[in-house]
Structure formats: structure tokens, C-alpha cells
Design a protein around this ligand. Structure first.
Ligand code: ZN
Length: 344
């Protein structure tokens, strides 16, 4: 065996060992429902969150709506653990993680320039910790989905981050991490990513380039960030929805896309990246999907998985208008009323 091949083997063994010794997969008691969230997801400090065009406490507000509307009991929510450095090293390199020890690097990734002048300990605690916690939620969601049919992480979906590079408010590659954990701990080998955030999911696309175990369906606006033409080559099924796409056009394209996907690939797990920046009025997504359209979109994907008995993980991803939290909560309520998820 060549030395480079044995080095790759060593890395693979190390990765496996890290996954097997991780505490992120823990047993969730039956009293809990397959909805994952922690108050430490929410980012807010020193008013800096107001500088981003951005509701950085949308995750907490989604849960609040579900609780006050009577669809969820607060103590039935699953609280994940924070991912550790060893967990993150399953996908990320030591040098990428070290780059986050410079506040200036983090400022560029989260697109909040003032973060650059903050002491890194503050950045670690107030910015990176919430992300690490959300990553823990995404990873656990796959285990919970296998047990319960589906699971929602009310957070995560950082699809612009790859092993070596963050960007677009995505610091850690939670989707790639979730899939690597699932390969080892859930004993599966075929995963479908259905990425319906308005933006192209260039992070997971780079991470699973030419990896036949992962099938990527990405429906995105090709005219906006990240314009990553290299990563586009790794999308198995590309569906472009240009600026101004209406609700009915969107839903028709989705129906067709799911039909094609089911013919092309037979997954054992679906990761559904359910960004709501496709909403009409979203300054970043530039599409024209109504709030009801979001509900119908989510329902279609959940039905697709349920009809085929494929475990489904949903991540909330992008979409940070003030109205997003209400829209997501309403969609989850709809899923619960249609018996596509059990929250009681
Ligand atoms: Zn997005």
C-alpha cells in the first residue's frame, strides 16, 4: 500500500473513532417529541445582531409560537448538546477551526464587520457557541428521525459552509457532519439532500463532490449569492428558480423535481434544508412564494418521505425576515395537523 493510501486509511479510522466516541447521539426519552431546540441557539449581544439584515432570534420565536398556540409543550422539546472540537474535526480541518480564533475571520463569515474588533473569547461565547449548539441539534436530528420517522431541528442548515471554508453566515458544515455521523452510527449508506433554501447549497456540494452515497437535489435562484459555479457541477439534480418566481410556478417545479428524484435515487435518509428566504419580500432570495406556499412546500416534502418510509430531517436554514418565524411555526402546525409529525 502506498503511504498516501495508508495515510488516508488512518484519517478514516480517526474520523470513525471521533464519531463513535461523540456524546452528540444520546437516547431521547419517549416523553420528548422530535423537535430539537435550545435557548442557546439564539444570537443576541451588544446590539450587534441588529447590524445584520436579520432576525437572529427566529429560532426561539418559532418555538414560542408553537407553545403559545398550544401545539407544543415546552418540556417536550429535545435540547441537544454542543458540538465539541473533536466532533467538528470529523469534517473540518484543524486549520479551518484555528482560523475561527481570529475574530476578523469570523466577522467575514457571519457578515457582521464589527465582530472583527471583539476579543475572540467573546466571539467564541456569543457567536460560535450558538452555532456549535445548532450543529449538535442537526447531528442528533438524524438519529431521532430514524427512530420517529422525522425530526425537525429548529435551527441549522448552514449550507454555505464546507470542510475548509465558511461563508454566508454559515460557520460550520452541519449538513456534512450530520451525514458522516449517520453513515457510521445509523449504519446507512444512501442520503438525499433536498435543498430548498433560495440560495445554492455550495457547502455540502463541495463536501460530497463525486461521493455517490449522497444525492443532491438543489432548487435555488441562480442569480444570487453564492454564484459558485464549481460547486454547481456537483449537484445531481439542479432546479433553477429565477428572481420573481411565483408560488404556483415554484410548487409545480417542486412536484416535478420530487418525481424525478424518486426515480433517480433510493435514500435511507433525507436531509431537507427548508430555508424560508424564498418568501415574497425577502431581500436576499428575491422569489415570490407566499406564506401558504411555504406550508405547501414543506407538506410536499414530508409526504414524499412518509409515503416511501424514508426518515426525514428538516433544518430551518436561511430566511431571517421578522415574519419568517411565524411562517415556519404555521408550517409546522400544518404538518402536525396533517399527522406528518407528532408533536403531542
Ligand atoms: Zn439562503
Amino acid at each position: 500500500m502506498s503511504s498516501s493510501a495508508s495515510k488516508a486509511d488512518d484519517l478514516e479510522t480517526l474520523k470513525r473513532r471521533r464519531i463513535l466516541s461523540s456524546k452528540l447521539y444520546f437516547d431521547v426519552p419517549p416523553s420528548k417529541v422530535p423537535l430539537i431546540y435550545s435557548p442557546s441557539y439564539d444570537i443576541s449581544f451588544l446590539g450587534i445582531e441588529k447590524l445584520h439584515p436579520f432576525d437572529s432570534s427566529k429560532w426561539g420565536r418559532i418555538c414560542q409560537f408553537l407553545v403559545t398556540d398550544g401545539f407544543l409543550r415546552k418540556n417536550s422539546i429535545v435540547e441537544p448538546l454542543e458540538s465539541t472540537k473533536d466532533d467538528l474535526l470529523v469534517v473540518h480541518s484543524e486549520s479551518y477551526l484555528n482560523s475561527l480564533k481570529r475574530s476578523s475571520s469570523v466577522a467575514v463569515i457571519v457578515e457582521v464587520p464589527p465582530v472583527a474588533v471583539l476579543p475572540n473569547c467573546l466571539v467564541q461565547q456569543k457567536v460560535l457557541r450558538p452555532f456549535r449548539k445548532q450543529v449538535g441539534g442537526t447531528i442528533l436530528a438524524a438519529k431521532l428521525a430514524q427512530e420517529r420517522g422525522c425530526a425537525i431541528n429548529v435551527g441549522g442548515g448552514f449550507h454555505h459552509c464546507s470542510a475548509e471554508r465558511g461563508g454566508g453566515f454559515c460557520v460550520f458544515a452541519d449538513i456534512s457532519l450530520c451525514i458522516h455521523f449517520a453513515f457510521v452510527r445509523l449504519n446507512i449508506s444512501r442520503v438525499m439532500i433536498i435543498d430548498l433554501d433560495a440560495h445554492q447549497g455550495n457547502g455540502h456540494e463541495m463536501d460530497f463532490a463525486n461521493d455517490r452515497r449522497v444525492y443532491i437535489l438543489d432548487m435555488y435562484n441562480p442569480q444570487i449569492y453564492p454564484l459558485d459555479y464549481e460547486a454547481r457541477r456537483y449537484i445531481d439534480q439542479k432546479v433553477e428558480v429565477p428572481t420573481g418566481t411565483s408560488t404556483s410556478e415554484y410548487l409545480t417545479k417542486l412536484d416535478d423535481a420530487l418525481e424525478v428524484a424518486s426515480r433517480n435515487f433510493n435514500p435511507e435518509l433525507i436531509i431537507y434544508n427548508a430555508g424560508t428566504d424564498i418568501l415574497d419580500g425577502d431581500p436576499l432570495g428575491r422569489l415570490k412564494i407566499s406564506p401558504e406556499g411555504i406550508g405547501m412546500r414543506d407538506e410536499k416534502v414530508f409526504r414524499f418521505a412518509k409515503e416511501r418510509s424514508i426518515p426525514l430531517v428538516m433544518l430551518t436554514s436561511g430566511g431571517y425576515m421578522k415574519s419568517s418565524a411565524r411562517v415556519i411555526a404555521d408550517s409546522i402546525i400544518n404538518l402536525s395537523k396533517k399527522a406528518l409529525i407528532e408533536l403531542q
